[in-house]
Design a protein. Structure first.
Length: 146
């Protein structure tokens, strides 16, 4: 696996050594020297048969921005691996990790038009709380998984 093959990995800079990238992720995990607006977070790669198929961002707490857009968990699946249940598995496992940080009620958000993500969230127990407008003009669905 070459890290530069996976540009969707969060905060990855192709000019940075992989070991340095892992140190950045560890800083986020510990909540140490975070950029403004960021919260302590765990970033995980989803691997199937030795291949990265997706990723998760698990935020240990929310700030005002994440309450509107982002929530506790963000996830993504590479296009070649979609429609195989990976997103559901990533979200289910992310909820386990989030609960290990003492967060029992998880907020998840998705674009109003992202029906695939909405279906994944609902399959994992998400209950629609509201649909809100964002500054960008887009609308965002807010779900709670309790």
């Amino acid at each position: 696996m070459r890290a530069d093959d996976y540009p969707f990995l969060l905060f990855y800079d192709p000019g940075r050594r992989w070991s340095d990238h892992l140190r950045v992720l560890d800083r986020f995990h510990r909540g140490h020297r975070l950029p403004d607006g960021m919260v302590p977070s765990t970033f995980l790669a989803a691997v199937v048969d030795g291949e990265i198929v997706g990723r998760a961002s698990i935020r240990h707490r929310l700030n005002r921005n994440l309450e509107r857009d982002g929530g506790h968990i963000g996830y993504a699946v590479l296009p070649a691996f979609r429609r195989r249940g990976h997103a559901t598995a990533i979200l289910q496992q992310s909820l386990v990790v989030l609960r290990s940080y003492g967060v029992d009620d998880a907020l998840l958000t998705c674009d109003d038009g992202n029906l695939a993500s909405a279906a994944v969230i609902e399959r994992c127990g998400g209950e629609l709380d509201s649909v809100i407008p964002l500054a960008s003009g887009e609308r965002n669905r807010r779900y709670w998984i309790r």
